[in-house]
Ligand binder design. Structure first.
Ligand SMILES: [Zn+2]
Length: 406
């Protein structure tokens, strides 16, 4: 039951019922494709005339297409319907503390090409570099005119109304605009979002864990930083001023290491990839010193994970300590939010079979009921680039979202 906000509402119009049915139909095609008009009529329990009209509208807009016919038990062979994804392109950008990743992909999140470069923390310089790279990427793949937008994920809190980055401890940004500058430079619409929220959106719209994951879960990203995207009743929780979900900056020890946010003992300072790399390097470095060292040596979190997999003791110890603190963090998420499930995304999932017992032990020690302790913790498949999929979802999700009414 949602209370109507009498100061901020969207009034129903003559076309509202049709708009809602159109979106329901589009989502049924997305989830059940290939699907026939007869099956859609059955599932929506509306007449064939209305189905034909809605399908024609979506075909006209090229949101869906008719594929091959299938054998029906009797009578006419129905033409099956599909959501058009393959030739609709999106540029996804993942800005991190160390590197920035750029992907050209299709509407389903399937990559066409990916590249990366050292992150420039000066916003104007970063935008300039992105404009040049995106133009070249689109040109190289003959994608000019077929790209429907740019999804940009940043390690920080974003005001959804203005698109401004409110605070990015990793980049040292406060109240910075790059959305409008990037849109101006590329001539494409740009959607910007906090990275964990974008990953949660991708889970809802491009998810691999089934429809049950779509309405109530917490998405934990472990990257150069650590963040949580919270979804309740199919909606992202942003908080009053867009700073909800910042579990990465909750302290797990008040006297702990200094975090990029300026405080001490934050979860992020114990569990991020930077924290794991610092531990592996065995030197008491700041995050910025670690970044410089990584850039000069070329060492990556992937290298440390591979060495742990191969049995290297120092790498194993560094990763296992991260797993222990990650368990502490997931325990906090479970006790604070009681989600139906937690999805973990990030390079560390490549070693999930090894670290899961450590994470689960810590969660079990901290969860307040047996049910809470049994909260499913699902790792993203390693190598799926969840943050770039998240960036893609920023462009594709609005196409499938429910119309806002009331
Ligand atoms: Zn912090």
């Amino acid at each position: 039951m949602r209370k109507i906000d009498t100061r901020r509402f969207v009034r129903a119009t003559r076309s509202t019922p049709r708009d809602i049915n159109r979106q329901i139909l589009l989502n049924l095609v997305r989830e059940h494709q290939p699907i026939s008009r007869a099956d859609l009529a059955r599932r929506m329990d509306i007449g064939r005339g209305m189905i034909t009209a809605l399908v024609d509208e979506l075909l006209g807009e090229e949101a869906i297409y008719e594929g091959a016919t299938v054998d029906a038990p009797r009578g006419r062979k129905p033409k099956m319907l599909y959501v058009r994804t393959r030739d609709r392109l999106v540029v996804g950008i993942d800005v991190r503390f160390t590197r920035t990743y750029v992907m050209l992909g299709d509407f389903s999140g399937m990559p066409v090409a990916t590249e990366s470069f050292d992150t420039l923390v000066d916003p104007a310089a970063l935008v300039d570099a992105l404009v040049v790279r995106i133009a070249r990427l689109l040109d190289d793949h003959g994608a000019c005119g077929r790209c429907e937008g740019i999804g940009l994920v940043v390690p920080g809190m974003v005001d959804q109304r203005t698109g401004r980055v409110l605070n990015s401890p990793q980049l040292g940004w406060r109240d910075v605009d790059i959305r409008d500058a990037l849109a101006l430079g590329t001539g494409l619409p740009v959607h910007i979002e906090n990275a964990p929220i974008a990953c949660a959106l991708a889970q809802m719209w491009l998810g691999q864990h089934g429809a049950e994951a779509a309405s109530d879960f917490a998405y934990v990203t472990v990257s150069d930083g650590v963040g949580v995207g919270i979804v309740v009743n199919g909606q992202v929780v942003r908080g009053q001023g867009n700073t909800a979900g910042e579990f990465g900056h909750l302290p797990i020890s008040v006297d702990g290491p200094v975090c990029l946010c300026g405080a001490t003992g934050c979860l992020e300072a114990y569990t991020s990839n930077i924290a794991t790399l610092k531990r592996y390097l065995g030197r008491d470095l700041t995050a910025a010193q670690t970044r410089d060292l990584l850039r000069s040596t070329g060492l990556t979190i992937g290298d440390v994970l591979a060495r742990a997999r191969a049995g290297d003791a120092r790498a194993t110890a560094a990763v296992e300590e991260t797993a222990h603190y990650l368990g502490v963090g997931l325990g906090m998420v479970i006790n604070a939010l009681n989600p139906a499930q937690i999805i973990v995304g990030g390079e560390i999932t490549a070693l999930w079979d090894r670290i899961a017992p450590i994470v689960e032990d810590e969660v079990a020690r901290r969860a307040l009921t047996a049910t809470a302790a049994a909260t499913p913790i699902v790792p993203e498949l390693a190598g799926t680039s969840p943050r770039l999929r998240g960036a893609t979802a920023l462009v594709t999700a609005p196409v499938f979202a429910a119309p806002q009414v009331a």
